[in-house]
Design a protein around this ligand. Structure first.
Ligand SMILES: *Cc1c(COP(=O)(O)O)cnc(C)c1O
Length: 244
């Protein structure tokens, strides 16, 4: 390691310790075992070198939101024991690339994407792809459309479609706390609403246990509401360039 790499390694390690402490405390406050929550580090906009350092620090799950950045990074990191999650808006023309490295896609938001993912998985002859329905809590009752995802009333249908489609496995639901609508600024209530939706999905699909919610600013509220996966970028890697 160069001196610069050593310094970055230590910085990431310190940040991870702080995030780990927050997760431990949030689990304790919620009366949940720490083992119920998986930390996914969102590495978007940061170089593959950081992803490699994170793997060296024991991070097992990383997430990206743009295939153009993720594909070369995943290629550079292909020998590292990392589970890659795709969490961004996904265009169907990127699907063939994404299924080469991602084990989970958290941002499934339309039937056409389900068909496209299935075709790509079957063509790639790879294991099943874990899919989460992205829920747009601000689309409830026809409210604004500021977040990607499907309206709560459309979740069941999309979940059924994923579960019935070859090559795909329905793993659960995902959300980002809404910026608009009645739940804006109240992540605790937003994540409680997601938990209700997750429970309804599990009633039909008992294996769909993933609840992906919570970021650097609201992971405590997400864990309190039952999140199984928190997606943390800034708190581990630092503030991203405002251009992205
Ligand atoms: C960037 C991003 C995150 C991480 O956000 P931070 O506030 O940096 O922790 C989580 N989820 C999604 C979908 C993201 O795009």
């Amino acid at each position: 390691m160069t001196e610069g790499q050593r310094a970055r390694y230590e910085e990431l390690g310190t940040n991870l310790d702080v995030v780990e402490r927050r997760i431990v405390d949030a689990c304790a406050a919620a009366g949940r075992p720490r083992g119920e929550v998986t930390l996914i580090v969102v590495t978007k906009t940061y170089p593959a070198e950081d992803t490699a350092l994170l793997a060296g620090l024991g991070v097992t799950d990383v997430a990206e939101n743009r295939d153009q950045d993720a594909a070369p990074k995943a290629e550079q990191c292909r020998n590292l024991p990392l589970d890659w999650h795709f969490v961004g808006q996904l265009q169907t023309n990127k699907v063939r690339s994404v299924v080469r490295y991602a084990n989970h896609v958290h941002s499934v938001d339309r039937p056409r994407l389900v068909e496209s993912l299935s075709a790509a998985v079957l063509k790639a002859e790879r294991p099943e792809l874990g899919c989460l329905v992205q829920v747009a809590l601000d689309k409830e009752h026809g409210e604004g459309e500021h977040r990607a995802g499907v309206a709560p009333e459309d979740v069941a249908e999309l979940a059924d479609a994923i579960a019935d489609t070859p090559g795909l496995r329905l793993d659960g639901v995902m959300t980002v706390a809404p910026l608009a609508g009645p739940l804006a600024g109240d992540p605790a209530r937003a994540f409680d609403r997601l938990a209700e939706i997750a429970t309804a999905v599990r009633a039909a699909h008992p294996a769909a246990t993933m609840v992906s919610a919570g970021m650097s600013g609201d992971l405590e509220q997400a864990i309190a509401a039952g999140a199984t996966h928190v997606r943390v970028g800034t708190a581990v890697l630092g503030v991203r360039s405002p251009l992205r």
